[in-house]
Design a protein around this ligand. Structure first.
Ligand code: FES
Ligand SMILES: [Fe+2]
Length: 344
């Protein structure tokens, strides 16, 4: 069974990556070439000429069409061949696949499955983006050496922070606090509140808290490909509603996982926060810190993937900390199986 869930929107690229230069990127094992038409509309075509299979990314744009770099066949943005040098007849096989795209939230989203199902309303809603009182760090990208299921597990696994991220976000004091796990039809959340605690100095400064605070980290996973870590510090004694949480210090760390292959994953990330809005130093420090943190995860996940391939087993022992990771994997595997059963 394939691990891919195709009928969903995935981040294919940051919007700023796609222009009049051809961008080549593999997604779910398929080579794809991206560009923009003269009017700015993004286009995605299979990166393989229908003649002798030369990657079309080795060709060039002729206005809105893509010309193969071998014998000059030209494709329009629907993937239809519209010109063959030296002949008028265009064979029925002279076409490549085009993929539905939507530009939203500074990203280009792609639909790899049935185009008839590609409803833009299904793109995951990014909370608080472009809203007053919030600022964004986006454009984060790393290619990770693990499949997206291993990465999804890592993102539902707060217990690793103490050991993997000792130099960045790790905090040994929280490693023994138990976590809660909740699950809906297509999401999972792992979280832990620490109530009535003194604010850490950095939160006290940023949030100007006078007394005790409640703090929480929520690890959301929205199937199949969006993770959001929600970090909240709020005045103690209030109900933990979304509205009250927004009045405290709040940060949304988003990751978008797009399988490159069965064993590698495009890892896009952005962060939204409601404090330090004009603080350029904080902005630069957070980008560097997050980039380093995710690089630390990549080292771990890449090594785990390599050992899984060498042994043919995925995991040898199950611990109580695996509740979240195991559930997210099962949710994704069940979705992939259901999709494949429905298309057979
Ligand atoms: S390989 Fe593309 S035109 Fe011949
Ligand atoms: Fe991590």
């Amino acid at each position: 069974m394939s691990i891919y869930i195709k009928n969903a929107w995935y981040v294919a690229a940051w919007a700023k990556e796609v222009g009049r230069e051809l961008l080549k990127r593999n997604i779910m094992g398929e080579p794809i070439v991206f560009y923009r038409k003269n009017d700015g509309t993004p286009v995605a075509l299979t990166d393989r000429c229908a003649h002798k299979l030369l990657p079309l990314s080795m060709g060039k744009l002729v206005n809105d069409n893509l010309q193969c770099g071998y014998h000059g066949m030209e494709y329009d943005c629907s993937g239809a061949c519209v010109r063959i040098p030296g002949q008028d007849r265009i064979p029925a096989t002279a076409k490549v696949r085009s993929f539905p795209l939507v530009e939203r939230y500074n990203a280009i989203w792609i639909w790899m499955g049935d185009p008839a199902m590609a409803d833009p309303a299904k793109i995951h809603e990014i909370r608080r983006i472009n809203e007053p009182g919030w600022t964004i760090i986006d454009g984060g990208y790393q290619l990770h050496g693990g499949d997206y299921l291993n990465i999804a597990e890592n993102l539902q696994d707060p217990a690793h922070t103490t050991y993997v991220h000792l130099r960045t976000i790790g905090n040994p004091a929280t490693s023994e606090v138990p976590v809660k796990v909740e699950q809906g039809a297509d999401y999972l959340v792992t979280y832990r509140w620490s109530n009535d605690v003194p604010p850490p100095p950095i939160d006290k400064r940023n949030g100007n808290f006078q007394g005790l605070v409640d703090r929480c980290q929520y690890y959301y996973y929205f199937a199949p490909c969006v993770s959001r870590v929600d970090v909240v510090t709020m005045e103690a004694g209030q109900e933990h509603t979304e509205e009250n949480m927004d009045k405290g210090l709040r940060l949304h760390g988003y990751k978008f996982l797009t399988p490159e292959s069965e064993t590698t994953t495009h890892f896009f990330w952005m962060q939204l926060r409601n404090f330090g809005i004009d603080d350029e130093k904080l902005q630069a420090d957070q980008f560097a810190g997050l980039d380093q943190t995710f690089a630390e995860d990549n080292v771990i996940v890449t090594a785990v993937q390599r050992e899984q391939a060498a042994t043919g087993i995925r995991q040898q022992t199950w611990l109580s900390i695996d509740a979240g990771p195991s559930r997210v994997r099962k949710m994704l595997e069940d979705m992939a199986a259901a999709e494949q059963a429905s298309t057979q």
